[in-house]
Design a protein around this ligand. Sequence first.
Ligand code: IMP
Length: 208
Amino acid sequence: MLELLAATKNAGKIKELKESLLNLHICFRDLNEFPNVIEVEETGGTFTENAVLKAQSYALQTKLWALADDSGLEVEALGGAPGVFSARYAGENATNEEKIIKLLQELNKTREERNARFVCAIAISDEKGEIRFLANGVCAGKIALTPSGTNGFGYDPIFIPDGFEQTFGELSSKTKQKISHRARAIKKIIRYLRDFIASSLDQTAFRL
Ligand code: IMP
């Protein structure tokens, strides 16, 4: 069975990844099991650069295949902010509530459109730090006037995906799993992982 490190400590992301890849024969590990790993600084200028940095570094540190996701919210009227700074938008240790309040305050200053999109980049590295696969996904929507709902994490209570009237915080996790930026990126990696697992099994059978 392929052992794959979900290179994150974010419980929301770990849950979404595991649920989406449930049918593949993968033994998931996550960063909470490795308290001594050195945290990777997200110094990249794009989601893809940060996903690659994280996948490579955590794979080399744990000697496992690693899947890293870098994601965030881009708000049109804020010139794409918070973007790659989504996790730190209201300071290093700010809560989700504080990030949401800051974003709504900034957006209210502009009195402009509320168009936004979630973006997700995923990188898979082998245990030697070689990037094996890259994928990305986007989910377009609007920023709500006020937060609603307690499902999901991060900016979910203020994001209304296109085609819906409720926020990700109100919609079920099943619905989010179908249309989210992460779900769309994951769909692309499922085929890659399936093929990889099948070819590994073939090779094992051959060796036997
Ligand atoms: P990072 O990818 O760990 O750098 O963090 C990205 C940040 O973007 C998270 O801490 C959340 O604040 C936000 N974010 C990413 N994906 C989602 C999502 O699916 N829902 C809500 N917020 C998200």
